[in-house]
Write a protein that binds this ligand. Structure first.
Ligand code: NOJ
Length: 471
């Protein structure tokens, strides 16, 4: 397997940079902002889906796996983006959506047997609530997500071959790897038996109807490894990170075939030192953890952990051992917005998808047109305003990205004062005060850490957040 990237920057293409003035971000826009990523110090970018799509789930409903949606550009523009990224030493990861297509994908009409059908629904529920089955003619098709996203049958060899072609298509064009969507849904019980009632908590937040079920048959089937092996076979040693919505103790077989797995326990942990520590402890026991604390589904750092804790969260994200994924805008502590009215996303996720704030102008430098979602507060918060400010969140994040290359491989959680999370990375010690009040320093003789979150080496503070509570 290839060397994992160190820090990956998640680009949500609709909202990163618009180059053609239609109010929606595009590939030419992303290309024009690559220097920001280089300056920030990340070494890879992951593009949420850019394939043709009716956009019922903003690109996670793919209607053609081997083209670019016209709203984002075309294949020639994609090639230019790859070339420019590589010229700057950036790797580019695509988002592969293997578990379902759009209902408008020609495969759904031409190869209905590549999908999962039943004569009558079982009790499986969709990720967005309600039955996971939709009537079509005299049968029902499975949709683990929206009804516009029918599930593919990964036990069908023809489908597997078609998907392997897709994987090779983008690798041949220079893509360096994939973030693989919803992979724990790849294989389900072939007999489509009901999910039994839950007898213990799932370990990650679920909607109310899903939490009542053990979810042992509707996902994560025992033979999943066979399908993962086919994905790996097509990808050679390209970097693969799985979106596996399972507690880390259940990461196998995903961690056997992929280079990294998103650590959702930490992302979902309430801001409490004991719980944060527990999530880190559980996850670092497993191989291949990649850290993520915000994204286009679950919200932004300031809303997940409180604006006053966004810097502390970034400090944790960027100093744990393993690849870190940072969501666009989190480097400036961008907050959430009201979303669309009426909402674009039925599951309520518009709020964390507002456009990137590059400068203090009303459209934030994002577009010359009317932005598809309004900017949140560019006059308060933007890349331009924070770039040269030594006390800004952006400066802190950039410093941490530079510093993490010096952090040693040995990792050890340390005993610390109440409310403090502290750990050692080789010669460095990271300490985060999860309370909003001064706390005794985690290590004797280090009084400066009473009032800031920071990284120490030999008792010297080499990076710090500024006063705790600063947003
Ligand atoms: C996870 C993606 O991150 C999310 O945005 C999408 O709705 C589901 N998978 C379904 O593809």
């Amino acid at each position: 397997m290839s060397r994992p990237p160190d820090v990956v920057y998640q680009v949500y293409p609709r909202s990163f940079q618009d180059a053609d003035g239609d109010g929606v971000g595009d590939l030419a826009g992303i290309r024009s902002r690559l220097d920001h990523l280089v300056w920030l110090g990340v070494d890879a970018l992951w593009l949420s889906p850019i394939y043709p799509s009716p956009m019922a789930d903003f690109g996670y409903d793919v209607s053609d796996y081997t083209d670019i949606d016209p709203v984002f550009g075309d294949l020639a523009e994609f090639d230019r983006l790859v070339e420019d990224a590589h010229a700057r030493g950036l790797r580019l990861l695509m988002d592969l959506v293997p578990c379902h297509t759009s209902i408008e994908h020609p495969w759904f009409r031409e190869h209905p047997d590549w999908y999962i059908w039943a004569d009558r629904p079982n009790n499986w529920v969709s990720a967005f609530g309600g039955s996971a089955w939709e009537a079509r003619d005299d049968r029902y098709y499975l949709h683990s997500f929206y009804p516009e996203q029918p599930d593919l049958d990964w036990r069908n060899p023809e489908l597997i071959a078609a998907m392997q072609d897709v994987l090779r298509f983008w690798l041949d064009r220079g893509t360096d790897g994939y973030r693989i969507d919803a992979i724990d849904r790849l294989l389900k019980d072939p007999k489509l038996r009901d999910d039994p009632p839950a007898s213990e908590p799932y370990g990650l937040p679920l909607r109310e109807d899903a939490a009542k079920l053990a979810l042992t048959r509707s996902r994560n089937a025992p033979d999943t490894g066979e399908a993962l092996a086919k994905i790996r076979e097509a990808c050679g040693d390209a970097f693969l990170i799985g979106e596996v919505y399972l507690p880390s103790a259940r990461w196998q077989p995903y961690s056997d075939y992929f280079d990294a797995v998103f650590a959702f326990e930490l992302l979902h942990t309430p801001w409490d030192a004991e719980l944060v520590r527990g999530a880190i402890e559980a996850t670092t026991r497993q191989r291949r953890a990649a850290w993520v604390m915000s994204n286009h589904d679950f919200g932004r750092l300031p809303s997940r952990f409180g604006p006053e804790n966004a810097r502390a969260a970034a400090l944790i994200l960027l100093t744990l051992p393993g690849t870190a994924f940072i969501y666009q805008g989190d480097e400036i502590g961008q907050g959430e917005g009201p979303g669309g009215d009426p909402p674009y996303d039925r599951a309520g996720r518009d709020t964390c998808r507002h456009p990137m704030q590059w400068d203090p102008s009303p459209t934030g430098g994002f577009t010359g047109g009317e932005p598809w979602l309004p900017l949140v507060d560019p006059e308060r918060r933007s890349v331009e305003a924070q770039r040269d400010d030594p006390g800004s969140m952006l400066t802190f994040v950039r410093r941490l990205i530079a510093l993490r290359r010096e952090l040693g491989g040995d990792f050890e959680l340390l005993d610390a004062a109440d409310g403090v999370v502290a750990y050692r990375r080789g010669e460095h010690v990271v300490a985060v005060n999860t309370t909003s009040e001064p706390r005794p320093a985690p290590l004797r003789g280090e009084p400066r850490l009473e009032t800031v979150h920071g990284v120490l080496r030999d008792g010297v503070l080499v990076a710090h957040s500024g006063a705790i509570g600063k947003d």
